[in-house]
Design a protein around this ligand. Structure first.
Ligand code: AMP
Ligand code: GLY
Length: 427
């Protein structure tokens, strides 16, 4: 099969790495890809958001199967356009991708199907939103309805912070149309974890669980980012918790969307808050987590391609995936300044030696080659995912940081406490 992966981050590098290992894959393309992805796939300069360009590329290259990495193209309808062109695709339709594209859509679905989540109301009117905040009190959470690259959520510790956030979104036009409507919801206490499930519109297959670190600095301090590191398994997501979250959250969602004529096909990423009353939904994403995907791909022993195809073709109920018992952990190396402004173009050296540390795999998240093709340059905020596997999470952690220490990149930084929760929990 000729397979095309859409995207250019560490998630797509990990997907390409896993797909390239499948005997079913005869040719692998990635658009647009990056300098690391170029080691396992042929990269083509078509932007992930260029829907027409991606469809034309898939046609021209006689692609049998397209795997879409990021949410933007899915919410914009790339899966629909590919299906219309008769090309098999991994990823939900625009209608089903509303689970990530509109927080109000998801909250209303939860309400209709009794799915546990924070109590909430949706608003487009500033005065009504302010009255609601005053009635509920703080802490309280304000979210822009649409896609805001992970920046549209304000966990407000005071009523005034919440009111400022609402004004910023509804009146200040901070997120454009994504902020034209807001969800205001109850602050939930607990421990966060990410549950991933492959879905074929009707059935869902839970994957291994993972946890990520959203804050930029050690000790979970500083502003939120796309994720500074992740690990799998997540001790809090044991088999019983996964079973419960599947039955109370994921499966009712799949049934609800099917009944609404928008069957969900692809990977469903449920951000969970696990508290004393069990798991509750924080948010849905319509794609693999980044960097959670990197640790999942390390632990996956089965061929990923048939599983991804079953999401499009059906039959996931007959599927079972095998996972390594070992722990996988990834450390994100980001450009100095991230998640605020940062520079691109600094050179990264010694990647080859770092990649030889036992159990280590380095996925590229934002890199490109220098024009002469001889050097790897930083080309984004999150730049490298130094990923390691080992029998225990502590060992995986020391292997990953051993590789980090070998990388010569003064332009970047990382957190030094990835997986602290999992390490602290061990006897
Ligand atoms: P989201 O983009 O919806 O995942 O929100 C970003 C982060 O904000 C989440 O990972 C949580 O840490 C936090 N968050 C979102 N909603 C809530 C909530 N209702 N209660 C507590 N924390 C929340
Ligand atoms: N790591 C969080 C995300 O992918 O949204």
């Amino acid at each position: 099969m000729r397979i095309l992966v859409v995207g250019s981050g560490g998630r797509e590098h990990a997907l390409c790495w896993a797909i390239a290992a499948s005997p079913l894959c005869t040719k692998l393309l990635c658009a647009p890809g990056n300098a690391g992805i170029a080691q396992v796939a042929e990269c083509v300069e078509v932007g992930a958001e260029d829907t027409a360009g991606q469809v034309a590329l898939a046609r021209r290259e006689k692609i049998d199967f397209v795997v879409v990495g990021p949410e933007g193209p899915l919410v914009a309808g790339l899966a629909d356009r590919l299906a219309e062109a008769g090309i098999k695709v991994f990823g939900p339709s625009a209608k089903a991708a509303q689970l990530e594209g509109s927080k109000g859509f998801t909250k209303d679905l939860c309400r209709r199907h009794n799915i546990p989540t924070a109590a909430y109301e949706c608003f487009t009117d500033v005065a009504k939103a302010e009255a609601y905040i005053k009635a509920q009190g703080a802490p309280i959470v304000v979210k822009a309805d649409g896609l805001a690259a992970g920046k549209g959520v304000v966990v407000a510790e005071t009523e005034q912070q919440a009111i400022d956030a609402v004004r910023d979104m509804l009146a200040g036009n901070r997120f454009g149309t994504a902020g034209a409507s807001v969800v205001i919801e109850e602050f939930m206490e607990g421990e966060e974890a990410s549950l991933f499930a492959l879905c074929d519109g009707e059935h869902a297959l839970a994957l291994a669980g993972a946890q990520d670190h959203k804050r930029v600095f050690d000790g979970d301090k500083g502003p939120n980012t796309g994720g500074m590191g992740a690990y799998s398994p997540a001790p809090i997501l044991d088999a019983a918790m996964v079973e419960r979250a599947m039955h109370e959250i994921v499966l009712p969602t799949i049934r609800g969307l099917k009944a609404d004529g928008a069957p969900y096909k692809g990977v469903l990423y449920a951000g969970l808050m696990i508290g004393p009353k069990g798991p509750r939904l924080v948010e849905y994403n319509c794609r693999f987590g980044d960097p959670e995907c990197q640790v999942l791909m390390m632990r996956l022993k089965s061929d990923i391609v048939p599983a991804l195809m079953a999401c499009a073709d059906g039959g996931l109920d007959h599927f079972d995936l095998r996972w390594s018992d070992e722990a996988a952990l990834t450390v994100v190396m980001a450009a100095n300044g991230y998640p605020e402004t940062y520079e691109k173009g600094s050179e990264i050296r010694n990647l080859e030696a770092a990649g030889k540390v036992e159990g280590v795999q380095i996925f590229h998240a934002g890199t490109r080659f220098s024009p002469d093709g001889k050097h790897v340059l930083a080309n984004g905020g999150r730049v490298l995912n130094v990923t390691a596997m080992a029998p225990t999470v502590e060992e995986a952690r020391s292997r990953a940081y051993r590789a980090v220490d070998l990388i010569d990149w003064p332009g970047g930084f990382c957190r030094h406490d990835i997986a602290w929760r999992a390490v602290a929990r061990r006897p």
